[in-house]
Design a protein around this ligand. Structure first.
Ligand code: PEP
Length: 249
């Protein structure tokens, strides 16, 4: 069953108004495969969401980088799923490793966030991935399976979820996983979905790779059968993001 290629750009905590306008303008001018072939979603910091939403080409979509675990209220500094829906933001990234490690977001907390975001009608890019220590200890599959289990427990409609495999040792380090390493984990994740959800969910859910993807390494990664796209950090701020989108062809 065909899975539409998915390319997400995670801008993290970067950018000024001028820089954001420049990135949007580069994206708007780019010749890329049609939205029948590739789904493109960029994720600016919260404060730039309205600007990006209102100026970005209509065939590209916008994601928030996080949202609060339940209904908004007395949670200083947080942004609720309802607010994102109010701004017509369709996607949210949840469980990014920087939040798991720097802000101590546990598997269960990420699962609760996924549940609440989905319940409000958002679509979720849910991130999993092992640390270098865990990889070297041989526990990669066990770690990503436990993270996926906590997410899966909170998902009733997998059509609204993209699973992002992002090995922590590859994020922002320039050390990209080899195509074989990425394929191996994606294969295991799809097998996990097959055994724990349904064959249909396993066949249709996009599993994307993130971690030092750039214009030079994207084609080889994209050629792997279980790599359905990318979540891109650093390179999503640069014109080479266009080349990564074109890896869908
Ligand atoms: C990310 O933050 O999701 C990411 C993959 O970052 P980078 O591409 O910079 O490694």
């Amino acid at each position: 069953m065909a899975r539409k290629f998915f390319v997400g750009g995670n801008w993290k905590c970067n950018g000024t108004t001028e820089e954001v306008k420049k990135i949007v303008s580069t994206l708007n001018d780019a010749q890329v495969p049609s939205s029948d072939v590739v789904e493109v979603v960029v994720s600016p910091p919260f404060v730039f969401l309205p600007l990006v939403k209102s100026t970005l080409r209509p065939d590209f979509h916008v994601a928030a980088q996080n949202c609060w675990v339940k209904k908004g209220g007395a949670f200083t500094g947080e942004v609720s799923a309802e607010m994102l829906v109010n701004l017509d933001i369709p996607w949210v990234i949840l469980g990014h490793s920087e939040r798991r490690s720097l802000l101590n977001e546990s598997n269960e907390f990420v699962g609760d966030k996924v549940a609440y975001a989905l319940s409000r009608g958002l679509k979720v890019i849910a991130c999993v991935g092992e640390t270098l220590e865990q990889r070297e200890a041989g526990s990669t599959v066990e770690v990503v399976a436990a993270q996926t289990k906590a997410i899966a427990a909170c998902v009733s409609n997998w059509a609204d979820v993209v699973l992002a495999y992002e090995p922590v040792w590859a994020i922002g380090t320039g050390k990209v996983a080899s195509p074989a390493q990425a394929q191996e984990v994606h294969y295991e994740l799809r097998k996990w979905l097959q055994e724990n959800t349904s064959p249909e969910v396993a066949a249709t859910t996009r599993i994307i790779y993130g971690g030092s993807v750039n214009g030079a390494n994207c084609k080889e990664l994209a050629a792997k059968p279980d790599v359905d796209g990318f979540l891109v950090g650093g390179a999503s701020l640069k014109p080479e993001f266009i080349d990564i989108i074109k890896a869908a062809e």
